[in-house]
Design a protein around this ligand. Structure first.
Ligand code: GDP
Ligand code: IMO
Ligand code: MG
Length: 424
C-alpha cells in the first residue's frame, strides 16, 4: 500500500487542514511528524469550524487512528486543552485512537518564556507564534530536552528539568530581567498532568509499521510550509523544524521507502504571517482585498496575514525539495472578481533573470518579481464541482501554473467547506 504526505508549499496556511480532512476518508491513519501548536489547521465540516493545532486533522473522522510522531514538539498543557475542546464538540479523542511517541519532545514553560523574552528583546523580530517552538527544538539538539517518555521516570524527569533550568535561569535573570523559574514547581505541574498523558504514549514506529503491514493506508500531515523549513526556507525567518516532505519519515520513525504520494498544498496566491522576505507582497488595495476575501487572519495567533500574488520561484524551490506527485490548489475562489491576476514567473536579481530564490543572505529582499498578467474572472466559484464548471479564464490560470511547475494540479478547492473541493 502506498502512503501519502500532505505538505504546505509556501509560508504556511495553504489549507492543509482542509485537504487532510478531505483525504482522511481514503486512509486509515493520519500522522503529524514535525512542528507543534504553532500550527493552526482549519477544517469546516457539517457547518462547524474546527481548528487543530497539534492533533492530526484526521481526528474528525470517527475510527481513524491519529498519531503524533517523535519529530513533533508537544506542549502538554496545550495538548490537553485541545483534546478537551474536541471532546466537548463530541469527538472521540481517547488513547485508543490517538497516540503520542515516547520520543516526542515536550514544550516546557521555560521554552515559552524564552520565546517571548527573545522576541521582546530582538531588534529584528522573527514574529514567532510565541509557543516556545524554537527553544524546544534547541534543547532537543542540545540533548537536554524533556521527552514524553520521561513521564514514566519521575527521577529522570526531575533531573532534566533541574539541569535545563540552571542555564535558563541565568538567561531569565541576567539577560531578560525575568524572575527565576522554580524547577520543583515546573516538575510538580508536569507530574500533575502525567496521569492524563501517559495513556497516550506509544512506540509510534511500531504503530505505523504494524498498520502498514496490515495493509492500512497512512497519511502524513505536514505543518507550516516549505519556505518556513529550517534549512531550505527564508532563514532566519523560519520555524525550527524541517518542513520538507522527507522529514515525514524521520519525524515518525519509519523509512521513506514506504511513502509514494506527495501532495503539495498550494494557495492560489501567497500569504505569510510574521517577518521575513516576501517578494510578491502587495501593499495596496489588492492586498487588502485578498486579506478580507480570503479571511487571511492567523488561525493560531489571529494576526493579519501578509498577502500577495502567486510566486512560482518559491514553488519551484518547493518542487525540487519535495518532488510532489500532485498539487492541491486551494482558495481559487478568493481570486474571483479580480480584473486581472498576476503570476510571478521568475525574479530579476543582480541584472539577471533567476528561476529560484537566491541563496545569499539578503537575496530574496533584493529580487524583483517578473510578472505574467492574465485576465481575471468575475464568476463565483464556490459552487463549482468539476473542472468544466470553472470559468475559462480561471482554467487558464490553473493550467498556466501547472505548466510552469510541471506538476499535475489534481485537486481544486473553491471554498472552506469539506465539500467545496473536486478532482480534476
Ligand atoms: P493550514 O494551516 O494550511 O491548515 O491553513 P489554515 O487553516 O491556517 O488557513 C486556511 C484558511 O482558508 C482556513 O480558514 C480555511 O477554512 C480556509 N480555506 C481552505 N481552503 C479554502 C478555499 O478553497 N477557499 C476559501 N475561501 N477558503 C479556504
Ligand atoms: P500552519 O501549519 C503560518 C511562522 C510564524 C513565524 C515563524 C516562526 O498553520 O501552516 P515559530 O512559532 O514556529 O517559531 O514561528 O513561522 N509560522 C507559521 N506561519 N502557518 C503556520 O503553521 C506557522 N507556524 C509557524 O508566524 O513567522
Ligand atoms: Mg494555519
Amino acid at each position: 500500500m502506498s502512503h501519502m504526505i500532505v505538505v504546505g508549499a509556501q509560508w504556511g496556511d495553504e489549507g492543509k487542514g482542509k485537504i487532510v480532512d478531505l483525504l482522511t476518508s481514503e486512509v486509515d491513519m493520519v500522522v503529524r511528524f514535525q512542528g507543534g501548536n504553532n500550527a493552526g489547521h482549519t477544517v469546516i465540516a457539517n457547518g462547524k469550524k474546527y481548528v487543530l493545532h497539534v492533533v492530526p486533522s484526521g481526528i474528525l473522522h470517527p475510527g481513524k487512528m491519529c498519531v503524533i510522531g517523535n519529530g513533533v514538539v508537544l506542549d502538554p498543557e496545550g495538548f490537553l486543552e485541545e483534546i478537551d475542546a474536541l471532546a466537548a464538540l463530541g469527538l472521540d479523542v481517547s488513547p485508543s485512537r490517538l497516540k503520542i511517541s515516547y520520543r516526542t519532545h515536550f514544550i516546557m514553560p521555560y521554552h515559552r518564556a524564552l520565546d517571548g523574552a527573545r522576541e521582546g528583546h530582538a531588534k529584528d523580530k522573527i514574529g514567532t507564534t510565541g509557543r516556545g517552538i524554537g527553544p524546544c527544538y534547541e534543547d532537543k539538539k542540545a540533548r537536554v530536552g524533556v521527552r514524553a517518555g520521561d513521564l514514566t521516570d519521575p527521577e529522570v524527569l526531575k533531573s532534566k528539568i533541574t539541569h535545563a533550568l540552571e542555564e535558563k535561569n541565568v538567561l531569565f535573570t541576567q539577560l531578560y530581567g525575568l524572575p527565576v523559574m522554580d524547577a520543583e514547581a515546573v516538575f510538580q505541574k508536569l507530574m500533575a498532568l502525567a496521569p492524563r498523558i501517559l495513556p497516550y504514549l506509544a512506540d509510534v514506529s511500531s504503530v505505523i509499521l504494524d498498520a502498514h503491514a496490515a495493509g492500512k493506508r497512512i497519511m502524513f500531515e505536514g505543518a507550516q510550509g516549505v519556505m518556513l523549513d529550517i534549512d531550505h526556507g527564508t532563514y532566519p525567518f523560519v520555524t525550527s523544524s524541517n518542513v520538507a516532505c522527507d522529514n515525514a519519515a524521520l519525524g515518525s520513525g519509519i523509512s521513506s521507502g514506504i511513502i509514494g504520494e506527495r501532495i503539495a498544498i498550494v494557495k492560489a496566491y501567497t500569504t505569510r504571517v510574521g517577518a521575513g522576505p516576501f517578494p510578491t507582497e502587495l501593499f495596496d488595495k489588492t492586498g487588502e482585498e485578498l486579506r478580507s476575501r480570503g479571511g487571511e487572519f492567523g488561525a493560531t495567533t489571529g494576526r493579519p496575514r501578509r498577502c500577495g500574488w502567486l510566486d512560482i520561484a518559491v514553488l519551484r524551490e518547493m518542487a525540487r525539495l519535495c518532488g510532489p506527485t500532485s498539487i492541491a490548489l486551494t482558495k481559487v475562489d478568493v481570486l474571483s472578481g479580480m480584473k486581472e491576476v498576476k503570476i510571478c514567473v521568475a525574479y530579476e536579481y543582480e541584472g539577471r533573470v533567476v528561476q529560484y530564490p537566491p541563496q545569499t543572505p539578503r537575496g530574496l529582499d533584493q529580487v524583483k518579481p517578473v510578472y505574467e498578467t492574465m485576465p481575471g474572472w468575475s464568476e463565483d466559484l464556490t459552487g463549482c464541482d468539476r473542472w468544466e464548471s470553472l470559468p475559462e479564464n480561471c482554467r487558464r490560470y490553473i493550467d498556466r501554473i501547472q505548466e510552469l511547475l510541471g506538476v499535475k494540479i489534481d485537486y481544486i478547492s473553491v471554498g472552506p467547506d469539506r465539500k467545496q473541493t473536486f478532482r480534476r
